[in-house]
Design a protein. Structure first.
Length: 643
């Protein structure tokens, strides 16, 4: 069955089933609490939805089930699994929301609180409970039905990457929801407890306690159930599960957000303390327990997921995988720390320049100094500790240091801050030049010029420093990579077989010599008697694929050589490459040079193909974002400062 037909059937099933389900819930609520939810007209509408929607669902669902029984390919379809997991998600979400409402209502009743919320207007306690129970029962029954269908499909068809991706989206999505609910509840309960023990008042203290306990009772089991399911699958022998991108995305997103929250909260705490030391009214007027409660929740999430990342790397059993996980974590934390540090340094430089210029401050200088200095104090160790570790790894002698210095993660980190520095110089530089040109033209001379230019000057100086520092790191990495490449090329013996075309042989030799200087390249003379010995001692053999098909002495020597072979796709009468069109000579030479580079670097040899439509679209969108984002930022910067 085509994907278009599958999409139609399952979309019709989902839409009609959702409509019928909520109509049934509405009727049940009205039955349990008559006249509280709907009028007679609305009741008629709900009945109409069931009468019309239920046959539509049954027709399409029975159609899908009949096709699934008749065609194994249909049962294996990713769209079918997407429907099943999507339907289960739309049922589980409202079930959890109504479970939270039910617990909240029961606890309110137990503690003698009143019902609150527009949904419960005019209802008794029994009606409020019925409101939640009606939805919970319907959603639970529908979820169980689809779960049974899903289990039956899983027993009968093998798992594929697409089907596994849908399952991971479901598992990690609800795990993230449970983690979020649990973290928010821990933060709120910590705050409530600190206020109870340390004095002070919490607005609606008992209501806050009831709400957050209900959130914790729902969120913690939700997270544990789905996270334990993900952990069991990760511990299984399934290599695809261990290398899942979604799992890495889930973990690194949790680490990123928790680190960001921790750094922000530490800044707030430190700024509060510095404000009290400086005796500023505003900076020291907050309650530190507010920030400490956030620090507890975010810190627990950070510590636990950092532990999981290290455990994943150890369980993977591959040094490269473990190093990749460890390095990504370090660069992620370093990026957040450096960002906080730069904001603090740029802000303090701005204040220094404006103070020397005699500017006045709306918020007060001590308060701004407290906040910006707190960013520096917090950001510096958060950046310096992981950055020093990766720098030591990248500058270490031997293959380990070489691999770290050319890591893609490292390059992304360095070029990201290089880009940020460049865009900062662009925005600040344009503003500075515009003001100076305005002075020459006789406009914009009012006010304190140095104070107005303080921020642009400070951020320009800071950006230049960042650009020079990260540029020097990239140049040092490049020198190390070139030196290591030259050393490897000098020890690499490459034998080039004749292609039968002297011009092509000469062009290939020149390209290899130009792109890989220092390469020990020897062109084989097929008539020479020393060909077998030369081929036997080669580290890499490059030649036409027909060299292995002729069956002569050279072909036998090539086949007998233990050296890897790079087959050059020269055209020949009656010979065709399956799934590969005709390749131009220059393209073949370029591909060959690239493959030799990959072999010399110890990388997996991969063929570079043309860009797909999706890749081209991604490049276009990315280009628009890169061009539009900085352009928009520049416009906002200029508008805010010039007008």
């Amino acid at each position: 069955m085509s994907n278009v037909r599958r999409a139609y059937i399952y979309l019709a099933c989902l839409a009609s089933l959702e409509a019928v389900a909520w109509a049934v819930i509405g009727l049940l609520r009205n039955l349990l609490a008559p006249g509280k939810y709907t009028s007679l007209e609305e009741t008629a509408l709900l009945i109409a939805v069931i009468i019309v929607g239920l046959p539509i669902f049954l027709v399409h669902w029975l159609w899908a089930q009949r096709l699934a029984r008749r065609d194994p390919e249909e049962r294996e379809a990713v769209l079918r699994r997407l429907y099943l997991y999507g339907a289960m998600a739309t049922f589980l979400g409202p079930f959890l929301a109504n479970t939270f409402d039910l617990l909240n209502s029961l606890l309110r009743w137990a503690f003698g609180q009143e019902l609150a919320g527009y949904r419960y207007a005019g209802l008794s306690w029994g009606g409020a409970i019925a409101h939640s129970v009606a939805a919970m029962v319907v959603m639970a029954l529908l979820w169980l039905y689809h779960w049974q269908i899903l289990r039956r499909d899983d027993r009968e068809v093998p798992d594929t990457e697409g089907r596994a991706t849908v399952r991971r989206l479901y598992i990690y999505g609800f795990s993230a929801a449970g983690l979020t609910m649990t973290t928010l509840a821990v933060i709120a309960l910590s705050r409530w407890l600190m206020f109870q023990l340390g004095g002070g008042t919490v607005v609606n203290s008992q209501i806050v306690l009831i709400r957050e306990v209900s959130r914790l009772v729902v969120g913690l089991p939700l997270w544990l159930i789905f996270w334990r399911s993900a952990q069991r699958r990760f511990a299984s022998p399934d290599e695809e599960e261990r290398s899942s991108v979604l799992r890495k995305l889930y973990l690194y997103l949790a680490v990123f957000l928790s680190v960001l929250a921790t750094v922000t909260t530490l800044t707030i705490v430190l700024a509060d303390g510095l404000g009290r030391l400086m005796r500023t009214a505003q900076a020291g007027s907050g309650d530190i327990r507010e920030a400490l409660s956030i620090l507890i929740g975010a810190g627990l999430v950070w510590v636990y997921h950092a532990y999981v990342l290290r455990h994943d790397a150890a369980l993977a059993g591959e040094p490269a995988t473990a190093a990749w996980v460890r390095h990504l974590y370090h660069y992620l934390v370093a990026a957040i720390g450096l960002g906080a540090l730069l904001v603090g340094v740029g802000g303090d430089l701005t204040l220094l320049i404006r103070t020397l210029a005699g500017a006045t401050f709306v918020r007060g200088l001590p308060e701004e100094v407290a906040w910006l200095t707190a960013l520096i104090i917090v950001g510096l160790p958060v950046w310096l500790l992981p950055w020093r570790r990766v720098q030591l790894a990248a500058t270490a002698p031997g293959p380990t240091g070489y691999e770290e210095s050319r890591s893609v993660i490292r390059k992304v980190y360095l070029y990201f801050y290089l880009f940020v520095a460049t865009m900062t110089i662009l925005g600040s530089g344009v503003y500075l030049v515009a003001r100076l040109v305005g002075l020459v033209l006789g406009v914009g001379q009012s006010g304190n010029l140095l104070a107005d230019l303080g921020q642009a000057i400070a951020y320009s100086l800071m950006a230049v420093g960042i650009w020079l520092y990260h540029g020097s790191i990239l140049r040092a990495d490049g020198r190390r990579e070139r030196a290591a490449q030259a050393e490897r090329l000098a020890a690499l013996r490459v034998v080039a077989l004749p292609t039968g075309d002297e011009a092509l042989d000469r062009a290939l030799s020149e390209a290899l010599g130009r792109e890989l200087p220092g390469l020990d390249l020897q062109a084989l003379d097929a008539s020479a008697s020393g060909a077998p010995a030369l081929l036997a001692g080669a580290d890499l053999i490059v030649g036409p694929y027909l060299a292995l098909a002729t069956g002569d002495q050279v072909a036998r020597a090539v086949a007998a050589s233990p050296a890897p072979k790079l087959l050059f796709p020269t055209p020949a009468e009656g010979w065709h490459w399956v799934g590969m069109g005709e390749m131009k000579a220059q393209d073949a030479i370029r591909q060959t040079v690239r493959a030799v580079k990959q072999f010399a670097a110890g990388e997996e040899i991969k063929t570079k193909r043309g860009l797909s439509a999706g890749a081209i679209l991604a490049i276009v969108v990315g280009g628009l974002l890169l061009v539009g984002g900085p352009g928009l930022s520049l416009i906002v910067f200029l508008a805010g400062n010039l007008f």
